[in-house]
Design a protein. Structure first.
Length: 141
């Protein structure tokens, strides 16, 4: 596969920190349920478009992630216009690195064999009337 583009609908979601549970002297680490649900959703969106294809093992990959956040309801018409022209960008949570981490972990073993194949990445934040995360992956030649 040379490249693929897919969209994850809904508000951008970032990878949450692992949780810890104590059982006597034993501590169990686990991923929060919301994170695992979003990772499954990302994988399903990829699989729907990929139709069984995946990138070759040890093939260098370039990933572009654009997270579109919802426009706040209290936004004035003037500010809304600037937002839609991408002159005002979101400075809200989730952080870009957490959005990217969730995408990488969700696609590890699904789109590629291991995320160490990622050699280049770009993650961006914008506002939109249609909150979503667009993901574009291509093999570097």
């Amino acid at each position: 596969m040379k490249s693929i583009k897919f969209t994850v609908p809904g508000n951008p979601f970032g990878k949450q920190r692992p949780k810890f549970a104590r059982m006597g002297t034993y501590t169990k680490t686990y991923t929060p349920k919301k994170t695992t649900q979003h990772e499954k959703e990302v994988a399903e969106c990829f699989l729907e478009v990929a139709r069984g294809r995946r990138f070759k093992e040890k093939e260098p990959l370039d990933i572009r992630i654009i997270a579109y956040y919802p426009i706040p309801q209290s936004t004035s018409k003037k500010r809304r216009k600037e937002i839609l022209e991408h002159r005002i960008r979101p400075t809200v949570k989730p952080d870009l690195d957490n959005v990217a981490k969730l995408i990488y972990d969700a696609l590890n073993g699904v789109a590629w064999y291991d995320d160490n194949a990622i050699v280049d990445t770009q993650v961006r934040k914008f506002y939109s009337d249609t909150p979503r995360v667009d993901v574009f992956i291509r093999a570097v030649e």
